[in-house]
Design a protein around this ligand. Sequence first.
Ligand code: ADP
Length: 219
Amino acid sequence: MKKKEFAVIGLGRFGGSVCRTLSEQGMEVLAIDVDEEKVNEYASIASQAVVADSTDENVLKSLGIRNFDHVIVAIGDNIQASILTTLILKELGVEKITVKATNDYHEKVLKKIGADHIVHPERDMGERIANNMISNNVLDYLELSDRHSIVEIVANERLHGHSLLELDIRAKYGINIVAIKRNNDIIVSPLASEVIYAGDILIVIGADQDIDRFESEVV
Ligand code: ADP
C-alpha cells in the first residue's frame, strides 16, 4: 500500500506537534509556513519543509497540494488566512482537509466551506482535563460527537465478581463495554460471560448522559 502523504500548513505549537508526530510515525510530511525560522526548525523533522504563503493559490498549486492525501491547516490566530487557505484547498480538490479552529465563529465558517474535520485543541483538551478532574474513576475520555464518547472507567468493588451478563449494562444503561484492560492484557469485545474484577479498566462507548448515569450509579 502506498504510504499516506500529509501536508501541514502552519508550524505553531499545534501544527508543529502534528508534523512531528506524523514524521515519527514514518509518514511522508510536507511542512509549510510563511516563517522561515519555523521552516528551518522542521527541515530535519519533516520529509520536506518549505517557506510558502498558503493564501496564494499558485503557490499551493506549484507544491502539488492536490495530490496529498490529507492536508492539515494549523494556522491559529490569523483566522482570515486559515479560512482562505481552506477555501483554496477545497477548490483545488484536496481529498481530506483538517483545520484547527480558534473559536466557534471560525468553526462555523470552516464547516460551511466544507472542511472535512475541524479540531478545537484548546477547548477539547480543556473539556477532557475537566472531565478527568471531576471523576476519580474516569481515566481518559475521547469525544466522538457532541453527545457521544469513549471513556475509560475503573471498575470498583460493586462490579467485582459479576459477569457482564449479570450486570446487564447494555440493557440498563444503553452503553457498551468494548474492551477490558486487566493488568497488561486487553480483552477486546468481551463475551457476556466475562467476569469483571475491581481495578479492571472498562472501555465504554455510549451517549454521555448514559455513561454519566452508569458512572454515578454503579462505579
Ligand atoms: P498555535 O496556537 O498552534 O501555536 P500559531 O497561530 O501560533 O498557532 O501558529 C500558526 C503558524 O502558522 C505560524 O507559525 C505562522 O507563521 C503560520 N502561518 C500563518 N499564516 C500563514 C500562511 N498564510 N501561510 C503559511 N503559514 C502561515
